[in-house]
Write a new protein. Structure first.
Length: 146
């Protein structure tokens, strides 16, 4: 399993997560985006439509019809009703259910550094988990550690 830690810096997650979703969708991957906050999910949904108008980042909410067909599914609980192999934890909170996915992306801001650092340390001794740390700076993601 691969766990990517994404420090969003001064940018809100809804402005930086769509780039990750776009790249993974282009590669043919299905993804779920998890956050407990309805407002955050709504902002993420808007950005997925608006940030890349030249692309069609098809997505929907888990509580809407045909959610299992969505390549990107926004939901409050960590699961894969759309058979996604990727999970993006958009609210900075690690969930153990994320370990059932091939890849997990933990997005966090400066306020979430301590919790993300603790999660990073939890996986340090595990041979079955590969870790990467990415930071958003100067308009792009760059890998800082592995």
């Amino acid at each position: 399993m691969l766990v990517r830690f994404y420090l969003t810096g001064a940018r809100p997650v809804e402005e930086v997560l769509p780039a990750i979703a776009r790249g993974n969708m282009a590669a043919g991957n299905r993804m779920v985006v998890v956050a407990e906050d309805d407002e955050l999910l709504a902002r993420l949904g808007r950005q997925l439509w608006e940030q890349y108008p030249e692309d069609f980042l098809a997505h929907g909410r888990a509580d809407e019809p045909h959610s299992e067909r969505q390549p990107i599914l926004l939901l409050k609980a960590c699961g894969a009703p759309n058979d996604a192999a990727l999970v993006a934890l958009a609210d900075g909170r690690w969930r153990d259910e994320a370990e059932t996915f091939e890849r997990a992306f933990l997005f966090f801001d400066d306020a979430g550094r301590a919790a993300a650092r603790q999660t990073w340390a939890t996986f340090k001794a595990r041979d079955d988990v590969q870790r990467e740390f990415w930071e958003y700076a100067e308009g792009k993601w760059r890998q800082v550690a592995a």
